[in-house]
Design a binder for this molecule. Structure first.
Ligand code: NAD
Ligand code: DAU
Length: 379
């Protein structure tokens, strides 16, 4: 039985990965390490944690004792590092936390994996490792910087991070690459574009827009809304990580993206129109509209769900214009393709939010309101 240490498994992509991989491979052990920051929610993987082969450890990836004790207790074969501070806007407010978690946390994981996986030394003085082990760093297309109107990020595009978040992820990638080169640690790095899907924390564009519509609030679009992101359904990302972990060539970087570029304003308009249509076609959904009262006939109005909700607000500092991934390497080498069409994925996602308002309320019950006021109050 192979043992996976999945860090950040109570966050958006990590939790989707725990769900995906525990369904796909029945004969594995999963140890989820997560510090349960504002972005982590144990309830998201509650069902999976009932499985005797899936355990949870609350702790910081940067804490040597916590990580060592996991390696002492379990024969870890794979480390998949999702744990990170992941929100660009927060990195502009507090860059240092991003460096601590994303760079030093990664280095700590690498160091301990190296220690516990080392089996000996070769004739050139390099460590040798227990067979079949691998460290996979979940990175981002943001390390490549920003594109103009044309072109794509490939794995050989020079790193040119521009936000504190992107710089911290690039720093992490470089330290992973340094461990691969200097210590021959078996690693992969995946660099993915914007994910969307269930369990996405509502500080990010799509779930924030859904939440605001349901609350009858304005929809804040940064700048002119013309910035472009390349959207990928989260389960397709999880499939890519599983493939790279098991079949990726050691030491390689793989870009993961869906050839699905959209301007932010188009995403916001589409979200408005889907929610309106769903409410019209299935009036039962209207009960999740927070501010609307039924009229005398018991009907809840939905005609106010339209583009007038959009408000253009001050731009993000250093706002990257366009991201677009060329995923041909992972397609050619591992046969991965983004299976979920955006039109299907966004509909599934919106339906999921309409049907899982309890989850939204749980994850936003802490400091969310304070965060929202601080981030959007003066824009
Ligand atoms: P998220 O913010 O939803 O989740 C991060 C998780 O990490 C949370 O559960 C949090 O509690 C945990 N965490 C934070 N600091 C920790 C620490 N010091 N120790 C242990 N756990 C800690 O993030 P996400 O969107 O799921 O992203 C996961 C990974 O994928 C990140 O590394 C991110 O950089 C990368 N990524 C995200 C996207 C995207 O679109 N969301 C795209 C490409 C890459
Ligand atoms: O590209 C991959 C990256 O995608 C990941 O590495 C990050 O972890 C993830 O957060 C995401 O970063 P973005 O900054 O692209 O995602 P976000 O959802 O914050 O913003 C998407 C776009 O929408 C971006 O151009 C900023 C804009 N935006 C965002 C918010 C929250 C708005 O216009 N209004 C908003 O309120």
């Amino acid at each position: 039985m192979r043992s996976y240490l999945v860090t950040g498994g109570a966050g958006f992509i990590g939790a989707n990965f725990v769900k995906y991989i525990s369904k796909k491979h029945k004969d594995i052990r999963l140890i989820v390490l997560d510090d349960l920051t504002y972005a982590g929610n144990l309830g998201t993987i509650e069902a999976e944690l009932k499985n005797a082969n899936i355990s949870f450890v609350k702790g910081n990836i940067g804490d040597p004792q916590v990580v060592s004790s996991i390696f002492e207790q379990y024969p870890i074969d794979f480390v998949v590092n999702f744990a990170a501070e992941s929100h660009v806007d927060r990195s502009i407010e507090n860059p240092q936390l991003f460096l601590q978690t994303n760079i030093l946390g990664t280095q700590n994981l690498l160091d301990i994996a190296k220690k516990y996986w080392t089996a000996g030394k070769n004739e050139n003085g390099y460590p040798t490792y227990r067979s079949g082990v691998k460290y996979l760093q979940v990175s981002t297309d943001e390390v490549y910087g920003s594109l103009g109107e044309t072109g794509y990020f490939t794995e050989t595009t020079p790193l040119d991070p521009r936000s504190p978040y992107a710089a911290s992820k690039a720093g992490a990638d470089l330290i992973v690459a340094a461990y691969a080169e200097t210590f021959k640690l078996p690693v992969n790095i995946t660099r993915c574009s914007n994910n969307y899907g269930p369990y996405h924390f509502p500080e990010k564009l799509i779930p924030l827009i859904i939440k605001n519509i349901l609350e009858g609030e304005k929809l804040p679009v940064y700048g002119d809304g013309a910035n472009v992101r390349d959207w990928l359904y989260v389960e397709d990302h999880c499939k890519a990580i599983d493939l790279v972990l098991h079949h990726g060539r050691t030491g390689e970087v793989y870009n993961v993206g869906g050839h699905n570029e959209r301007q932010n304003i188009a995403i916001v308009r589409l979200t408005i129109s889907i929610i309106r249509k769903l409410m019209e076609e299935h009036p039962g959904y209207r009960k999740v509209l927070k501010k609307q009262q039924p009229d005398a006939a018991g009907n809840i109005a939905v005609d106010w769900i339209n583009d007038d909700l959009i408000t253009f607000v001050g731009d993000r500092l250093g706002h990257d214009k366009r991201y677009a991934i060329d995923p041909s390497k992972i397609t050619k080498e591992l046969g991965w393709t983004p299976e979920t069409k955006f039109e299907d994925g966004i509909l599934k996602t919106i339906r999921w939010y309409l049907e899982n308002q309890d989850w939204v309320e749980t994850v936003t019950s802490g400091d969310y309101q304070k965060y929202y006021e601080q981030m959007y109050g003066n824009r």
